[in-house]
Every structure is written in C-alpha cells, then in structure tokens.
Write a protein of this length. Structure first.
Length: 300
C-alpha cells in the first residue's frame, strides 16, 4: 500500500507547477471543457457514490463510495516524452452480511497509469490513452476486495469436489470397490462425453497403482478432471446459453406456454451445437429479439 501512495505523492510536484503556469489564462468555458475531457492534463479529484437500494434475490442495499485522484505528468516535468496520467482510486464499500445487516469496509486500491499518445498520428488530432491497471489488495475484508480470488476459487472448488464424492448418492452409484478404469469410464458416460485417450488416462492416473477407488482424495481429483473436460464445458455452456435466451428474452421456461414441451429448446441447442457454440453465427440472439413473442412484451 505504501508504494502506490508514494508514487502518487511524487507526481504532485509537476502538476502543481503546470497548473500555476497554464491555468491563469483559462476561461471558465475552457475549464469546463478540460474537466469534461477524460484525458485532461488538469489535476482532479473525483468522488462517486453508487447506491443500490434492493439487490436481486436479497432484500438489502449496497453502496460504494469511490475517491479518484488524477495526477498528470507533463513531458517538461517528467522523464517520459508523453503526457502521463496517474489515477489512484480508493473505495469504501457497504455490503450485506447475509444476516439482515450490512458492513462497511475499505476496498482494494486501484492504480491506473495512463500514457496519452497521438493515434494514429499527430495530424489526426486524436489522442489515445493506454496503460496498465494495478490492483493492490488493501481491502479490510475479502468480501469487498479482489484479493487472491483465483486461489480462493480454487480452494472452494477443491472443497466442493471433496464433499461431493462423499455424498451417499454418489458413493451408491460409484462404490469404492470399483476399479479406477471403471470409475472414470462411468464418470465420462454420465457426463455424455467421449474422452480422448489422454484425458481418460489422466483421470485414471489420479489413483496411482491402486486397484480400487477407495482413496477419497483421488476420487475427487478424478471427478475434477472429468468436470474440467473441454468438451463437457462447451456442452454445458451451450445448454446454459439457450436456457438463458428463454429466461432473459422471453421471461419463461422453455416448456411454458406457448410451448408445450422442449421442442423449441432442443431446436436451438442443436443449432448452437452445429455452430460449435458460436451464437453469433447461429443468429441466436437475433432470432429471439425479433421474435413476435419478445416484441409483444413491449406492445409491438
């Protein structure tokens, strides 16, 4: 946290001198124009408040207050031959606790280092801003910050698979007396996937030299291997995407009236599969938004 703050403080010396040199002659109209320009070289302090009174699925509000400082560095005050905008952002976030209350914590600090360059050339008069965004895990609670979300996701996935293979229904369908080969074969059959030899062998190898599948950790790893299969992921994505079209655009289940079964859902799923999941080429979204059922929602 100390490093990004130091960067921001070191950048303050240049802009203040620039402001003294240039801002004296600026009219009010010029200042208004500068402040509306996202690539302005004027030092600025922004505050933003985003309040959501009711969130989907929960009767609770959320709020995020953001303070953003824009610190410009001009070529005559910098080692770089271009205008540089340093934008540190700080946030104060209020989120539901799940027990009917809320909690307020400091969020992660973000530092945006933006280089302003002419694009595609000086003669066009166009400017482009490009640069990296750094996220510092300064949040006082992991619920309101990004933190190490990748590791947290991985830990949650491992915990879920370990719990899943212990369920009575799972062990009844795939008992620990099964051989690793039979166990993996059954998993892929249930998933509706014909695996490659390499994918199948990788899942079997989770059990090492064991002749049964009594190793719970190995069962969880093999299940994870099958669940992460690229073919299975694409199949599940396609099913979910078609369902999303019905729920999002038509606001109904695929077998609700005017449909009486899943014929329409199956049609669009088959078409999406034919286009290898490319919903643009399959014209799925277009078909739903120009349909009479969708347009009738808006009186047309």
């Amino acid at each position: 946290m100390g490093i990004p703050i130091l960067v921001a403080l070191l950048s303050l010396a240049g802009p203040s001198a620039f402001a003294q040199d240039e801002a004296r002659d600026m009219s009010v109209a010029r200042l208004e124009q500068e402040f509306s320009d996202p690539l302005t070289t004027l030092p600025q302090l922004f505050t933003q408040d985003a309040y959501t009174p009711v969130n989907y699925g929960i009767n609770s509000s959320t709020n995020r207050v953001i303070a953003r400082v824009i610190v410009p560095r001009l070529p005559k005050y910098s080692l770089f031959p271009f205008v540089q905008l340093v934008r540190p952002s700080f946030s104060l976030v209020t989120v539901p606790t799940g027990r009917g209350g809320t909690r307020t914590e400091f969020g992660d600090m973000q530092l945006f280092d933006l280089a302003v360059i002419p694009w595609p050339g000086r003669e066009t008069g166009l400017l482009m801003g490009v640069g990296p965004v750094f996220v510092f895990p300064t949040a006082t609670d992991r619920l309101v910050g990004q933190g190490a979300w990748q590791q947290q996701l991985e830990n949650n996935t491992l915990a879920f698979t370990a719990e899943f293979v212990r369920r009575a229904r799972f062990t009844a369908a795939l008992p620990i007396s099964m051989s690793p080969s039979d166990f993996v074969t059954r998993l892929f059959i249930n998933a509706g996937v014909l695996p490659t030899l390499a994918d199948r062998q990788a899942a079997i190898n989770e059990f090492g030299s064991a002749i049964t599948t009594s190793d719970v950790a190995a069962r969880a790893r093999a299940l994870r291997d099958v669940a992460d299969n690229s073919t299975l992921k694409q199949q599940e994505f396609n099913r979910a995407f078609v369902l999303m079209q019905f729920l999002g655009y038509l606001r109904r289940n695929p077998n609700d009236a005017p449909d009486a079964d899943y014929t329409g859902y199956d049609f669009w799923l088959t078409k999406l599969n034919q286009f290898n999941g490319n919903f643009v080429a399959a014209e799925m979204v277009k078909a739903f938004i120009v349909s009479a059922e969708y347009r009738q929602r808006f009186g047309s």
